[in-house]
Design a protein around this ligand. Structure first.
Ligand SMILES: [Ca+2]
Ligand SMILES: [Ca+2]
Length: 125
């Protein structure tokens, strides 16, 4: 699984390198995709940021968008997955070039909390 400057996330077969599926964002994808079961259905999901200022949660099965969320600026860094709010479900944390570190709960497409990365803190919505 890899992002590309051609705005696309590619998932390649481990057996022969053929493209299993691909997903095109609105701009270059420089962040490394993160894998985790963010919606608690027992299946790994893909979370990746894009220069188009959005973070995408995709089904690892076929690249279907589970949800997307818009940050304040382009996303160069890779998202991290962890249970930030201790509710038993993975959350998504990512920094943007705007200077914010943002946290989203994986299951509810909701910005649960923010972490102050600079002197600014704001929710996603
Ligand atoms: Ca899942
Ligand atoms: Ca959580």
């Amino acid at each position: 699984m890899v992002g590309s400057l051609d705005s696309t996330v590619y998932v390649l077969s481990g057996e022969d390198g053929t493209v299993s599926w691909q997903f095109t964002t609105g701009d270059a994808v420089c962040s490394s995709p993160a894998l985790g079961d963010i919606n608690n259905d027992g299946i790994l999901d893909v979370v990746v940021g894009s220069y188009d200022s959005k973070i995408y949660a995709l089904s690892s099965q076929d690249g279907t968008v589970l949800w997307s969320s818009t940050a304040g600026d382009s996303l160069h860094s890779s998202p991290a997955l962890g249970d930030v709010n201790s509710d038993g479900s993975l959350d998504v944390v990512v920094g943007s070039t705007q200077g914010y570190m943002q946290s989203m709960t994986g299951t509810e497409r909701y910005c649960g909390c923010t972490q102050q990365a600079t002197e600014y803190t704001r929710p996603l919505r």
